[in-house]
Design a protein around this ligand. Structure first.
Ligand code: GRF
Length: 201
């Protein structure tokens, strides 16, 4: 399965997916990494690994127009599954319709709790005892599409934003590629909001 990975920053989730491929755990190929920010750290990782990359700056372009550019680039690289990995933009309905049930996102909370920015801070401030991450299909709403996989982590009294974020991030890295593999294997069935994933053969 040909992946298109969209990033805006550090790129550690992209790196974890790339590692899973290199280690032979994930049967997929990264066709293109696209960043909307020229300074995204993830671009350096792509460069070092010889993975095709492209910067498409988003500043000053309206959403529909920007998403058209994205779709064009993804189609040029024959992308079959789009993975948002720290991509800090909402996608338009036209984008979502261009890749029906083929856009994934990872979010650092157990959705539907704490959507949006600073999810780890929201969780700490709320006082939850269990936090985690969610891989979900993307629709045109923020952190809202059907849920594929979630992983939980405990929150301790001593946690800071940094320690909790690091614990969640480790789970993100262990979880995202599994969701990608389930889609790539055709093991995912969707009925409304509910997703069933069958065991690998
Ligand atoms: C991750 O916490 C991810 O869940 C969220 O943005 C962060 C991206 O981190 N959507 P990285 O760029 O993958 O390191």
């Amino acid at each position: 399965m040909r992946l298109g990975i969209l990033i805006s920053g550090r790129g550690s989730n992209f790196e974890a997916i790339s590692n899973a491929i290199t280690q032979g755990k994930l049967d997929a190929e990264i066709a293109i990494v696209i960043s909307n920010r020229a300074g995204a750290g993830g671009l350096e990782i792509a460069r070092e690994r010889g993975i095709p990359l492209r910067v498409i700056p988003s500043q000053g372009i309206d959403r529909e127009q920007y998403d058209k550019l994205l779709i064009e680039e993804l189609r040029t690289h024959r992308v079959e599954l789009v993975c948002l990995a720290g991509f800090m933009r909402l996608l338009s309905a036209s984008f979502v319709h261009a890749f029906p049930n083929r856009v994934l996102n990872i979010h650092p909370s157990l959705l539907p709790a704490f959507p949006g920015l600073d999810a780890q801070r929201q969780a700490l401030d709320y006082g939850v005892k269990i936090a985690g991450c969610t891989v979900h299909f993307v629709d045109e709403f923020l952190d809202a599409g059907p849920i594929l996989l979630q992983s939980a982590v405990p929150v301790t009294d001593k946690d800071s934003i940094e320690t909790l974020s690091a614990r969640i991030l480790a789970q993100e890295h262990a979880t995202y590629w599994r969701a990608v593999q389930a889609v790539a294997d055709g093991r995912v069935s969707i009925s409304g909001r509910k997703i069933a994933i069958s065991e690998p053969e």
